[in-house]
Design a protein around this ligand. Structure first.
Ligand SMILES: CC(C)(COP(=O)(O)OP(=O)(O)OC[C@H]1O[C@@H](n2cnc3c(N)ncnc32)[C@H](O)[C@@H]1OP(=O)(O)O)[C@@H](O)C(=O)NCCC(=O)NCCS
Length: 151
């Protein structure tokens, strides 16, 4: 398993893993990465791209003091093999190397959600804030809570 920064050559594979992701969004992430503001990390196993996440060092508008993780996805046919966990552990190391002591992310308020289960298992905790609408996709509100972890 190899964890590395995404390149332009990965774009078609990223779109396969997350159908519907806008091309411009991927390009913007690669641009932020090139400027050192973020890392668009992918997991490759036996030359197949299986998982990705976007790590933003500037955090979010509401939580600008520490880096934020967004859009963690593993290919549906490659789930439950530890790829997302390995990616998160790697992100935490990268964040620490840059001198931060905290990392955050938005998770599903539903405790049974796979992402939420993974985050809790790795020690991420709800920051206590109310759930909020993180976006609207195909007319459906995507509710989230903020979670964070001390590093
Ligand atoms: C959430 C997601 C990224 C997990 O990816 P993954 O590579 O399958 O995760 P891992 O194999 O590293 O799982 C690590 C741990 O997370 C938890 N977990 C992952 N998927 C789970 C599921 N479907 N149900 C319950 N727990 C789950 C388990 O504790 C698991 O450990 P275990 O397999 O030893 O029990 C993947 O399910 C996914 O892409 N989902 C759709 C996108 C999404 O919901 N992203 C998160 C946004 S908040």
């Amino acid at each position: 398993m190899l964890i590395r920064m995404a390149t332009e050559a990965d774009i078609p594979h990223i779109k396969q893993i997350r159908p519907g992701i806008e091309h411009e969004r991927i390009v913007h992430r690669l641009e932020m990465q090139a400027k050192g503001e973020a890392e668009f990390l992918v997991v490759e196993d036996q030359r197949v791209l299986v998982s990705f996440v976007f790590l933003k060092y500037a955090g979010t508008l509401t939580h600008p003091a520490y880096p934020n993780l967004e859009d963690l996805v593993t290919r549906p046919d490659k789930r439950r093999r530890g790829y997302a966990r390995a990616l998160l552990v790697d992100c935490e190391k990268r964040v620490k190397r840059r001198g931060f002591h905290k990392i955050g992310l938005a998770a599903d308020p539903d405790r049974a959600d796979p992402g939420r289960q993974l985050y809790e298992q790795l020690g991420y905790q709800h920051d206590g804030g109310a759930a909020f609408v993180d976006g609207v996709y195909n007319g459906v509100e995507d509710w989230a809570i903020n979670m964070e972890k001390e590093l």
